[in-house]
Design a protein around this ligand. Structure first.
Ligand code: C2E
Ligand code: MG
Ligand code: MG
Length: 764
């Protein structure tokens, strides 16, 4: 549109300039013609005057005329004048004698005109224009010499409209002439204005008209008549009109062509740009549209660049989405995608269909990471993912994080065997995994939740499958477990207990009981084992067996243990020098590098000698990381602290542990003591343990000794340190001093000691 307007304006300006030029040119031509015609008119008047003069000269020399003049024969003179007038083609013939009356034919002169004529010829005028009766005449005068000047003969032709029209016939069309001595011309131009060096232009009835005047030779000295030429340019310009119309036509055509080209170009640019703009807006709205490439020009190249930009944005977005929704290591869908897919599956589930969520992890995966390093752990996870893909490829397999995986199977028809699905997953682990440098055997525990029964939303189903996994782990691993509502209850209870435990730490609801460690050799109490008790405000006394595992799971074991060690050391400082304090340490504490520092701080704070502290650890401590554990135990032992191996015989009982670390004491688990009376092999095992411990320079102590027979059997097998209800149950701190004092009585029979201990227990 704008281009069309600019082009139209350009053409308009061109037409204005061109027509202006044409007009100027026409005026120039007209000016030239006016000048030429003015000169021609002058010439004609001069020729006329010469002609009339010649005729008058002939009459003035005529004898008869001179005679008639001499005798003032007026009729003859008049007749001669009349015939002269006719001969010379003049309309007026006048004879002006030096003396006497003027005789004129063709006109009647007024006295003033007589005077004017007389003074003109008298002053020597022989030709020019003069005015008689308001009419202009071209006149010529010839002297009458008889022989001296006796008068003049004047011949005149009228310069009226007819004469002027006659002369104008020689001029181009549109030019006219008139004689004026002053006043205003048509169009309001004064004669003075039209008397300049160039013509003056006026508009008369919409037509440009030129006026130009030139001076005429005057017969009468007093007047100065002018020849006024008027040139109406209309007809002159008319001849240029075709050029003007041609220009206008050409401009119109040019305008049309340029508008058409503009429209074509605009269509070629604005339409694709509008399409590109729509596509760009679609991209910002999230949809991916491409534009059609219709040309190979700049617009086409722009469209093609736009399309490749859309491609790369789409590709990048897909990559980002893939990264956001997949696990980097295994390439499996991640927790987020699994949740979304589960939600989708739940939404489209038919009434009779079921959806299974299997949640599982690798048993003892941590040990792989700790012993073989994370790269091997990663390799194992990848191998597991690959095998899962091969085995249960139809289901959605996801890595939830760490060694945890989840599988979603939907559209399960009624009657399908769900346990088979779990077996399929467990079978994945039946064959060892061949990694680049290792061959690993591992197993998996699986928790299963089934929709709609076990939950109607993804979070609930996953949580319940996780609860079932927890149960599977507790049931000995390498097995699967379906979710039951009671698990949820247990979980809630655990959760509540966790909250209560935090409060217990804050509120000081824990206290310690102390169970004597009795030496048969020395026949006295040589130490006490500190055993934690929780006085729950609602549930009463809670056994450590019920809350320690949860404290280990939740990390609460750390603040609890710190309190136990400090409390035990603070109490023991008041005891005799030869009475030790034994404190149980959870394996979880050994993951914390600051454990030795914590123990040393407790000893320092209490001012207790390190060799009076005995730390009881279990074999499970060595499963995780033997190297780190032994380093830490050595650090403690180097400070003088004694280390005892608790519950020996219940775990792996690997002799290797005894070799890898020089324990100060081995505590034979009470299960062996229980079986002493009935099981001959138990007795043999205890004998073997005491012999082995003796050989390794370690002490032994038997736990859970409840009666005299057990004590005698143990003594016969070489075990001389005893802990158990036979001597005393764990007692409150207030009774410890009494026990130390009572049991130091060496002459007493053991039975008497038992009675004393029993009394103390009752008080407790
Ligand atoms: P443990 O270290 O093996 O402690 C001995 C357990 O055997 C104690 O149970 C004790 O009361 C019990 N016991 C002692 N003599 C007899 C007996 O003659 N017959 C029977 N049936 N039992 C006897 P308790 O106090 O319930 O402690 C259970 C376990 O809780 C402990 O086993 C120990 O592993 C853990 N524990 C207790 N206190 C702490 C603690 O402060 N920290 C940590 N980490 N664990 C603790
Ligand atoms: Mg113990
Ligand atoms: Mg024990």
């Amino acid at each position: 549109m704008w281009y069309a307007v600019v082009i139209a304006a350009t053409f308009g300006a061109f037409i204005v300039v061109a027509t202006g030029g044409v007009e100027r040119y026409a005026k120039g031509v007209a000016t030239g013609e006016m000048a030429a015609n003015g000169a021609t008119f002058d010439k004609i008047l001069e020729l006329e005057a010469t002609q009339m003069r010649t005729s008058a000269d002939v009459l003035a020399a005529d004898f008869g005329f001179r005679e008639a003049f001499a005798i003032a024969d007026e009729p003859t003179i008049a007749s001669a004048l009349d015939s002269l007038r006719q001969r010379a083609g003049a309309s007026v013939a006048i004879m002006i004698p030096l003396q006497g009356d003027i005789i004129s034919t063709g006109t009647t002169l007024l006295p003033a005109e007589h005077d004017a004529l007389w003074s003109a010829v008298d002053s020597g005028a022989d030709r020019g224009v003069f005015q008689v009766g308001g009419r202009y005449y071209n006149a010529a005068a010839a002297p009458i010499m008889i022989p001296d000047l006796a008068g003049w003969l004047v011949l005149a032709r009228p310069l009226d409209r007819a004469a002027m029209r006659q002369m104008a016939k020689l001029a181009p069309e549109g030019m006219s002439a008139s004689i004026r001595a002053g006043g205003t011309l048509a169009g309001g131009v004064s004669l003075a204005q039209a008397s300049g060096k160039s013509p003056v232009t006026v508009e008369i009835k919409g037509e440009p008209t030129l006026y130009w005047s030139r001076r005429l030779a005057s017969f009468d000295q007093k007047s100065s008549p002018r020849l006024v030429l008027r040139y109406a340019l209309g007809p002159a310009l008319e001849q240029y009109a075709p050029i003007k119309y041609l220009l206008i036509a050409l401009s119109g055509l040019g305008l049309l062509i340029s508008t058409a080209i503009g429209a074509f170009v605009a269509r070629g640019i604005t339409r694709p740009i509008a399409t590109l703009e729509r596509a760009a807006r679609a991209i910002s709205d999230g949809s991916r549209g491409k534009v059609a490439i219709t040309s190979s020009d700049e617009v086409g190249r722009l469209a093609s660049s736009f399309n490749s930009m859309v491609d790369s944005i789409t590709e990048r977005e897909e990559r980002i989405t893939h990264i956001a929704l997949h696990d980097e290591l295994t390439g499996l869908p991640n927790r987020k995608l699994f949740g979304e897919q589960l939600e989708f599956a739940l939404a489209r589930r038919a009434r009779d269909e079921r959806i299974v969520v299997m949640y599982f992890d690798l048993d003892n995966f941590k040990a792989v990471n700790d012993t073989l390093g994370h790269p091997v752990g990663d390799e194992l996870l990848k191998a597991v993912a690959d095998r899962l893909r091969e085995t249960v490829g139809g289901a959605l397999i996801s890595r939830q994080g760490g060694d945890e995986f989840a599988i979603l199977v939907d559209q399960i028809k009624p009657g399908a065997n769900l346990a088979l699905l779990a077996d399929q997953v467990i079978s994945v682990f039946h064959t060892p995994f061949l990694l680049s440098d290792h061959t690993l055997e591992t197993s998996s525990s699986i928790g299963i939740a089934v929709a709609p029964g076990d939950g109607s939303c993804p979070d609930e189903l996953i949580k319940n499958a996780d609860l079932a996994l927890y149960r599977a782990k507790n049931e000995g691993r390498n097995c699967s477990c379906f979710f039951e509502q009671t698990m949820d209850l247990e979980a809630r209870k655990r959760h509540q207990m966790e909250i209560d435990m935090r409060e217990a730490v804050r509120e000081g609801q824990f206290h310690l009981n102390y169970q004597p460690l009795f030496s048969l050799d020395k026949n006295r109490v040589v130490g006490f084992e500190a055993l934690i008790r929780w006085q729950h405000p609602k549930h009463g006394l809670v056994s450590p067996a019920d809350f320690i595992p949860l404290a280990e799971d939740t990390g609460m074991i750390l603040p609890i243990s710190e309190w136990v060690i400090n409390e035990a050391c603070q109490r023991a400082r008041h005891w005799p020098e030869d009475v030790r304090i034994a404190v149980n340490l959870s394996p979880v504490l050994f993951k914390n590098a600051s454990l030795p520092l914590m123990v040393m701080q407790a000893l320092n704070a209490a001012g207790l000698s390190p060799n009076r502290l005995e730390l009881e650890v279990t074999e499970s401590l060595f499963i995780d990381n033997v190297e780190r554990t032994t380093t830490m135990l050595n650090a403690l032992r180097e400070c003088g602290i004694r280390i005892a191996l608790d519950d020996f015989g219940t775990g792996y009982s690997s002799l290797n542990y005894l070799r890898s670390f020089p324990f100060d004491k081995i505590k034979i688990d009470k299960s062996f003591v229980n079986d002493l009376a009935t099981d001959q092999s138990a007795r043999a095992i205890i004998g073997a343990i005491t012999t082995l411990a003796g050989a390794l320079g370690m002490e032994t102590i038997a736990e859970g000794v409840e009666d005299c027979d057990q004590l005698e059997a143990l003594r016969s097998q070489g075990c001389t340190n005893i802990q158990g209800y036979f001597f005393s149950r764990p007692v409150a701190i207030e009774l410890v001093d009494a026990l130390i004092a009572d049991m130091r009585y060496e002459q007493q029979e053991p039975r008497a000691q038992v009675a004393a201990a029993e009394a103390a227990r009752r008080v407790a």
